[in-house]
Design a protein around this ligand. Structure first.
Ligand code: NAD
Length: 263
C-alpha cells in the first residue's frame, strides 16, 4: 500500500471538529502534517487539536465562522504566525439543508448559501495571497454528489455545491501560474452528524425509523450497495494533496459508489 507523507506541511482544515473534515485532519496528522482545526465549535475543535498534538505534530484550534471573510483573514494570519506557512487548505466545513424550497425560510436559504457557497469562496480568496507568494499550495473544496443529481428538495444545497465546483475550476486556473492545485471532492452519503440532523428532522426522536429511512432512501440508491466512510473521503483528499496528483487541478472527484457520473 502506498503511504502518503506530509511531514512538516501545514494544513488548515475548516469544519475539522466533526465528521468528514475531522477524519481528513486526523489522517493528515497521522501522515506527519501540522494541523489547524478551524471551526466554530470550539469544544470539538480543541478536543481534535489536543488529540493531534498527542500524535506528535503541531496543532491548534481556531474559532472560525466560515461565512465571515474576516474570520479567514484572522485564521490565516494566526496560522502563519504559529506555523510559518499554509501549505494546504481544506474547505471542509458545511451544513446540510434538504427540503422543499416552499418549506425553507428565506433566512435559512441565505444562511445555507452563506456557509456552503460563500464560505469556500472566502477561504479561497483569503488564502490566495499566501499561496501566490510562496508559489506552491493545495486547496480542496467539499462539494457533494448533490451537484450532479439536481433533485427536488435540494435547491439551496444543490446550488451551493454546483457553485463549489465552479469555484474550484475557476480558482484552479487563477492559481495555476503559482503552482497551486485546486480540486474538489464530491462525497456520496456518509452517516455523519450532518446526516443525523437531517434524519432527526424526518423522524424526530425515532432512532429505529431514522435507521430505516437511511437504509431505504439512501443506501438502496447506491449501486455499490454501501455508504461511504469518512476514511474514503480522507483518502481522496490526501491523494489530491499529494505529489501523485501534481498535475490534477480544477477537478471534482466523486466518491459515491457509482451513484453519479459525468463524461
Ligand atoms: N455527510 C455526507 O454524507 C456528505 C455528503 C456530501 C457532502 N458533504 C459535505 O461535507 C461537508 C462536511 O459535512 P459533514 O457530514 O462532515 O458534516 P458535520 O456536521 O459532521 O461537520 C461539519 C463541521 O462543520 C462545522 N461548521 C458548520 N458551519 C460552520 C461555520 N459557519 N463555520 C465554521 N464551522 C462550521 C461544524 O461545527 C462541524 O464541525 C459539508 O460541506 C457537506 O455538505 C457531506
Amino acid at each position: 500500500m502506498v503511504e502518503l507523507k506530509f511531514t512538516d506541511q501545514n494544513v488548515v482544515v475548516t469544519g475539522a471538529a466533526s465528521g468528514l473534515a475531522y477524519e481528513v485532519a486526523k489522517q493528515f496528522a497521522e501522515a506527519g502534517a501540522n494541523v489547524v482545526v478551524a471551526d466554530f465549535d470550539m469544544e470539538g475543535a480543541e478536543k481534535a487539536a489536543n488529540q493531534f498534538k498527542e500524535m506528535g505534530v503541531k496543532a491548534f484550534a481556531y474559532k472560525t465562522d466560515i461565512s465571515k471573510y474576516e474570520d479567514f483573514e484572522a485564521l490565516f494570519e494566526e496560522t502563519v504566525k504559529q506555523l510559518g506557512s499554509i501549505d494546504i487548505l481544506v474547505n471542509g466545513a458545511g451544513i446540510g439543508g434538504i427540503g422543499p424550497i416552499t418549506e425553507q425560510t428565506p433566512e435559512f436559504v441565505s444562511k445555507l448559501i452563506d456557509i456552503d457557497l460563500k464560505g469556500p469562496i472566502w477561504g479561497c480568496k483569503a488564502v490566495a495571497p499566501y499561496m501566490m507568494e510562496q508559489k506552491h499550495g493545495k486547496v480542496i473544496n467539499f462539494s457533494s454528489q448533490a451537484y450532479r443529481m439536481m433533485k427536488e428538495g435540494s435547491i439551496a444545497y444543490g446550488v451551493s455545491k454546483v457553485g463549489v465546483v465552479a469555484l474550484t475550476a475557476c480558482f484552479a486556473r487563477e492559481m495555476a501560474p503559482f503552482d497551486v492545485n485546486v480540486n474538489a471532492i464530491a462525497p456520496g452519503s456518509i452517516r455523519t452528524p450532518m446526516w443525523d440532523a437531517t434524519l432527526e428532522e424526518w423522524a424526530p426522536g425515532d432512532k429505529a425509523k431514522q435507521d430505516e429511512l437511511f437504509k431505504e432512501l439512501i443506501i438502496s440508491a447506491i449501486p455499490m450497495g454501501r455508504t461511504q466512510d469518512t476514511e474514503d473521503i480522507a483518502h481522496a483528499t490526501l491523494f489530491l494533496c499529494s505529489e501523485y496528483a501534481r498535475n490534477i487541478s480544477g477537478q471534482c472527484l466523486s466518491v459515491d459508489g457509482a451513484q453519479t457520473f459525468s463524461y
